[in-house]
Design a protein around this ligand. Sequence first.
Ligand code: 5RP
Length: 233
Amino acid sequence: VTDHPPPNSGRSDGQITDDQKRAAAVAAAALVEDGMYVGLGTGSTVAYLMPALAARDLKGMHYTASSPATATAATAVGLTVHSPEELNRRLDIVIDGADQIAPDGWLIKGGGAAHTREKILAAAAARFVVIASAEKAVASLHAPVPVEILHFGATWTLEALAPAKLRDCPPSPDGNLIADYLGAIDDPAALASRLASTAGVVEHGLFAPGMVSDILIAGPSGVTHRSGAKAPA
Ligand code: 5RP
C-alpha cells in the first residue's frame, strides 16, 4: 500500500500517448507567428495541432493541408485552408507527425497514406517541424516503409519493390495505391534511392535528415527539442 500513487496512475497507455501527442502539437503551435504561410501534416498527432493553432488566434494566416482529412479538421476549428496553388509561395513552416524517428534524424512517414503530399509540403518549407509522442523515437528504422504506387502495372511495381505487399487501406489523397516495403533498412539512404528509382513509385515514406528542421518529442517529463539537419532558410 502506498500513500502516493505513481504518476499517471489510472490512465491507460493510450491516454498517456494522446497527452504526449497534444503536448508536442501545442509546443509546435507556439512556433507559428502572425502572417505565416503554414503547412499542416496528417494524422492523429496533427489532429491536436489545429485546435492549438485556433486557440492562438493568430492574424493574417495562410494555411495549406496535406490531406482532405486535415483540411476538414482545420476548417472545423475556423482555420481557412488554401490549396498550394492559391498560396503560390514557399511555406514558412510545416508541422507534421511521423511513424518512426531514428537517432540520426531519418524518419518513416506515411502511416496515414499522405506521405507524398507531406513530403511536397516539407520540401517547400523554410522550417519543417516533426511532432511525436515518445514511442515514435526508435533505435533504428524498421519495416514497414509506406510506398505510394500507381494502379497501372501495380503487380510489376510490387515485384520490383520486393519484399513488399499492398496495404489494405483507402487510397492516397491522390487516388493511388499504398504498398509497404517489408525488408531490412540497413542503409536508409540506399533504400530511399532504390525506392525512388523504381518504376511505378510515386513517393516513399523515408524522409532524409536534411529535410527536417526540428523534432519535438513529448515524453513523461515534457517535450524534448532536437534540432534537425535542415538549416533555417
Ligand atoms: C501520415 C503520416 C503521419 O504523420 C504519421 O503516420 C504519424 O501519424 P500519427 O500522428 O497518427 O501517429 O505520415 O501519412
